[in-house]
Ligand binder design. Sequence first.
Ligand code: GAP
Length: 450
Amino acid sequence: MSLSEAQSSVAGTKRPVTMEKLVNLCKRRGFVFPSSDIYGGLGSTFDYGPLGIELKRNVKEAWWRDMVQRRSDVLGLDAAILMHPRTWEASGHLQSFTDPLVDCKKCKQRFRADHITGDRCPECGGELTEARRFNLMFKTFMGPVEDEASTVYLRPETAQGIFVNFDNIVDTQRVKLPFGVAQIGKSFRNEITPGNFIFRTREFEQMEMEFFVRPNAEEEERWFNFWVEFRYNWFLKYGVARDHLRMRPHGAEELSHYSRGTTDLEFLYPFGWGELEGIAKRGSYDLDQHAKYSGRDLTYFDDETKERFRPWVIEPALGVDRAMLAFMLEAYDEDVVENEERIVMRFDARLAPIKVAVFPLLRKGGQPEKAQAVREELQRYFPVAYDQAGSIGRRYRRQDEIGTPFGVTIDHQTMDDDTVTLRDRDSTQQERIPIARLASEISARIGWHR
Ligand code: GAP
């Protein structure tokens, strides 16, 4: 048993997945490719292939549906990645968004000072420099002149786009506290130690929501607990097992510079427990800072109490890529069907990249033409795969491996009575149903409404 296999069975349920198996599957089937692959890849950046992009869109849509569209107290926003550089002075990121770094004087490698033990280089045993603070923000220049005045940053979190739009939202949307503003978008961090595939990368996507509440400890506690529980249940809803997910409150020494209290939702990765999502109490830190740096008031007028104040904030913040990693690790399974081993990705049907695959049993007797017609009809509703190459068993297996929840087979009986078999990925059970009922039956089984 390899180390990662041993670690993957840490929890109560034993999982067959390892990082290596998942990375291979992702490359082989077109979920995730190394970025700039033909040039040997670019350190810890990845491209999402045809199946990866479908999964990614489904994860973002699931989050947006549950966090924005199904709630009457949360609105959406899409702010620019490039922001006024004063933003990062105000937010504290210029000053505090740093990691302590040491350099080896001999081999010139860099390490996070808090990740090494002892005072010698872990690679070559050379002497190390004093620790220095290293800012994680990527810098670039805006316009043709490359000087300090034209320096801008790629945002390291989406959250600030929401805070700088606080007045715009309050002035235009007739919102009442408590209310939230959510957004999904790219963030960039020049991480010193990226790694573990798409777990920690330098370019990634975040789904964040800033939930504004009345500024008192009772409201803060109530909504903090609400969102921790809501977010925990969200992962269960889309298939994460309870014993692979836990809540971990931060100790005072590990809190971010803006946080008054944070609880992480941790997932059991094959390399051990690690952060999946963070829920933080940001208080009025960000609005206070932006008020100070912009000269704008950024207060809210409470109609009920006739008071003006800056609300406090509860923030659930999740990485899209990290959520995908967790859902893929959770979905990965191996079993035996009709004496043949298969890999099966047991995605929740709402997250699965392809919802249904259509197969003619034989490549004759009008079956391929009929199957193409069924594919066309179903494609009006769902992403569909069509496969007529190889034995039917192999074709099922190919779809199981990418997590397609339903398979439709056209056979000789179809040519007589317009019925097909509908196969379920997990149970492998098949049922005969009329073509006319296929789309509504599959739609009901996907369970969009849940
Ligand atoms: N606005 C708060 C914030 O950004 P964070 O804990 O630094 O908090 C939130 O990030 C989430 O974003 C993390 O829980 C993780 O899911 C994701 N994330 C952060 N850094 C990441 C990275 N380098 N690569 C991939 N995902 C990352």
